[in-house]
Structures are given as structure tokens and as C-alpha cells.
Design a protein around this ligand. Structure first.
Ligand SMILES: Cc1ncc(COP(=O)(O)O)c(C=O)c1O
Length: 414
């Protein structure tokens, strides 16, 4: 038998446990120090963090499975959905909150599958997605037994409308685009792709898990943002994670639809159970109320002016990173990004980007390794560490040895 943990015979002292947990936690990634670039979005605002912690504690034990027992949670959830819907241009009640981007995508794929079956008579619908689409689509397709058809992207990293059009079949139930995609930070040509879908009566999903809570402010700052939301004819669903650039703690995303009719495909009703009618709107049964309350508090605390202020910091910091990296001899940004995340690499034979990452690891940075280079995603706190980062990166480029052969991985299984 494996040498695993066992339930202690006698319960352990709370203070002792907390001390032990704190010691172990100190070994985890140092996101507060700006050393993480993807897992946590450090808002760099103590009052905001404190508020979220307080709200989290208030709702820690509450269960959003039955919202009617928790009118306060129900109202906050309805508010978050309505605020997101207002931001992205759909009806105030045409969406749900979910636990994260993966669940939102799962729900959108399920809605498309069932909609295709019910309205277009497609027994086995396909999902058509650019190769850069998040693996959550592959995962959803696996769980939902839907075929995923991947389309290669163009040299700029964006979905290729011509190749996408050529890949459409009688069975295509959903076409996908990202705003932006994770690997390169580029926005797919959503207007064109959604137009293709519209012409053929196919649903279209914009994955704005990353951009949903940042692109609207980017646009208001005067950046040239191509259309990607419900203003695009043909876009029928959008995923947008509040736990990313919405700056709440983990467990909060929204999935929105063009109309509440589409959302109806997501709802689950079951009245064959001795326990009574079971109704559920998302994939989970029991749901923590804390992320709902946290998302509500984050959005209300920041408001439009707060989001604009943070977007300005993120934009300026991202520009500093990009200019600094491009100025290091031999490094280049692989695809010109539309937002605050990008990949950088090297075409020069004497720079081994894997070995550069090793040196950066040794210096305490946690850069994500991709197939074509290293990945950076900028949060407000990173404004404090850009110069140190660039100094260490220049050192790593000039002084790296052989790569230790660490593979490009994202996520993990225990
Ligand atoms: C573009 C995109 N879509 C979907 C997801 C999945 O989100 P989550 O990890 O919250 O499930 C991510 C996560 O980084 C993402 O970047």
C-alpha cells in the first residue's frame, strides 16, 4: 500500500495546525511578490484584498445550491450576471455564474450540443475551434462526447477564417474564437468568424475568459480593440471570468447567451427523485456562496473608474515588459499581442530559451513554458517588479548553460 496520509486518531490542535499550514503555505508560489504570471491576478490594492477576505469569511459556509434559502446570495448572483450582461451587450438575465472558465466553456458546449440536436436535428454535433483555443474546449468535448475539430491558426496566431470556413460541415454545432487566446494574447477575428456561423445557422462562442473583464476598459482607454462581444452579429455565447481580470478570488466566472432561450438548454430539471424536484442551472450541485459574494463585492468596489485605473496600469506595465524584452539581444515577442499577455522566445541558436527559463526559475520567477517560448501575463502588481525582472532576464540570456529539459506544461494532476 502507498505510504499515504491517514486520518489522525485524535483531532489536532487548531493553533498547531494553522502554524503548520502557514509554514507549508510559505513554500508555495510567491504571487504577492509579483513572482507569478498566470495563476493569480494581483490587484495591488490592500483594501480590495481585505474586502474580499472579509466577504469570503462571511459566506464561507453558505450553499448556493438552493438560492431561495439565500436571498442575499441570489440577489448578488443576479446582479453579477446583469452587470456582466450590460458590459458585454446582452439581456440582463441571459446567463449564469459558474465556478470558472472551464465550467463556463463546458456549459456553452453543452448548450450548443443540445441546441443543435433540438433545433437542427444534428445527432452528433461538432465543435470547430482554432488550435489556440483553451484546452477547456477539448475537455468539455471529451466529457460531453462531442467531436472537436481543430483548425490551424495563421502566422499571426489568429484563427484563420478561410480555413475555418473550409472546415465547416453539416454537423458543425458551434464555432469558437478567443478574445484573446491564452498562448499568444491575440484576439481572433471574431466578427468574421461569427459572421460565418450566422450565415449557416451555427452557434458561435467567444471565449473571453481572459479578456471579458479587461477588453471593455482597454477599448475605453482608446485602444484599437476589434469587436468580439455581443455587438458582433452571430456571437451567441461568451465566457468571461471574474476571477481573472475582474479581480475576485477563484471560483467565479460568467457564461452569457445572446438570449435567455439559449440559456434554457443549460437548465436541468429532475422530478423522478424521492427527494423531490431537483433543479440546477450549472454543472455543480452544491456551490460555495463565497465566490458569488466575492465577485459581487469586487465589481462594486472597483466600479468603472477602478477597472479603468487598473487597466491603465496593466497596459503601461505590459508595454514596459514588451519593450524591455524586445531590447534584449536575441529575444523577441513571438506574436504581437492585443492585450497584456504574450509569448516571447528566440530564433538565435546561441540562446536556449528553456535554459533561460531555468535561470529565471533559480531566481524565483515562475515563467510558464510553452511550445514556442515563455509566457507572461501582467497584473497590476507587476508594475513594481518590471525592472528587476528585465535585469534578471538579461542576465539569464547572457549566462545560461544547458537546458535542464523541463517540459512545457500547464496545470497538473495529483
Ligand atoms: C482563454 C482562456 N479560456 C479558458 C480558461 C479556463 O479558465 P479556468 O482555468 O478558470 O477554468 C483560461 C484559463 O487561463 C483561459 O486563459
Amino acid at each position: 500500500m502507498a505510504d499515504g496520509a491517514k486520518i489522525p486518531e485524535h483531532g489536532r490542535d487548531a493553533k498547531e495546525l494553522l502554524a503548520g499550514i502557514e509554514a507549508r503555505h510559505a513554500e508555495d508560489i510567491d504571487w504577492r511578490g509579483g513572482r507569478a504570471f498566470s495563476l493569480v491576478y494581483n490587484v495591488d490594492d490592500h483594501e480590495h484584498e481585505e474586502l474580499l477576505e472579509q466577504v469570503g469569511v462571511r459566506y464561507l459556509h453558505d450553499n448556493a445550491l438552493n438560492p431561495f434559502k439565500y436571498p442575499s446570495v441570489l440577489q448578488m448572483e443576479l446582479d453579477v450576471i446583469a452587470m456582466a450582461a450590460d458590459l458585454l451587450g446582452t439581456e440582463p438575465n441571459a446567463g449564469s455564474m459558474s465556478s470558472g472558465g472551464t465550467e463556463s466553456i463546458f456549459l456553452a458546449v453543452q448548450v450548443a450540443r443540445d441546441h443543435s440536436r433540438a433545433t437542427r436535428g444534428i445527432a452528433e454535433p461538432q465543435v470547430l475551434a482554432p488550435a489556440t483555443a483553451h484546452p477547456a474546449f477539448a475537455k468539455a468535448c471529451k466529457y460531453l462526447d462531442v467531436e472537436l475539430v481543430l483548425v490551424p491558426v495563421g502566422p499571426d496566431g489568429r484563427a484563420d477564417p478561410v480555413a475555418t470556413a473550409a472546415a465547416i460541415t453539416e454537423r458543425t454545432g458551434l464555432i469558437v474564437g478567443s478574445a484573446p487566446c491564452y498562448p499568444y494574447g491575440v484576439i481572433d477575428p471574431i466578427e468574421t468568424l461569427a459572421g460565418l456561423a450566422l450565415d449557416r445557422g451555427i452557434l458561435f462562442h467567444t471565449d473571453a475568459c481572459l479578456g471579458g473583464w479587461l477588453l471593455p476598459w482597454w477599448e475605453r482607454l482608446g485602444e484599437d480593440v476589434p469587436l468580439w462581444d455581443f455587438r458582433c452579429p452571430g456571437v451567441t455565447s461568451i465566457s468571461a471570468d471574474v476571477h481573472k481580470y475582474g479581480y475576485t478570488f477563484k471560483g467565479a466566472s460568467v457564461v452569457l447567451y445572446k438570449s435567455r432561450d439559449l440559456l434554457q438548454h443549460q437548465f436541468f430539471w429532475y422530478d423522478e427523485w424521492p427527494g423531490g424536484l431537483y433543479a440546477s442551472g450549472t454543472a455543480a450541485g452544491t456551490r460555495s456562496a463565497a465566490p458569488i459574494a466575492g465577485a459581487w463585492a469586487a465589481i462594486n468596489h472597483l466600479g468603472v473608474d477602478g477597472y479603468l485605473r487598473l487597466a491603465e496600469i496593466v497596459r503601461a506595465t505590459s508595454n514596459r515588459f514588451q519593450a524591455g524584452i524586445a531590447a534584449i539581444d536575441g529575444l523577441r515577442i513571438t506574436h504581437q499581442p492585443d492585450l497584456s499577455l504574450f509569448e516571447f522566445g528566440s530564433d538565435t541558436l546561441d540562446i536556449d530559451i528553456g535554459a533561460v527559463a531555468d535561470v529565471m526559475d533559480d531566481k524565483g520567477w515562475n515563467l510558464d513554458r510553452q511550445q514556442g517560448g515563455l509566457h507572461l501575463m501582467v497584473s497590476p502588481y507587476h508594475a513594481h517588479i518590471v525592472d528587476q525582472f528585465l535585469e534578471d532576464l538579461a542576465f539569464a540570456v547572457a549566462n545560461h548553460g544547458e537546458s535542464r529539459g523541463v517540459e512545457a506544461t500547464y496545470g497538473g494532476v495529483s
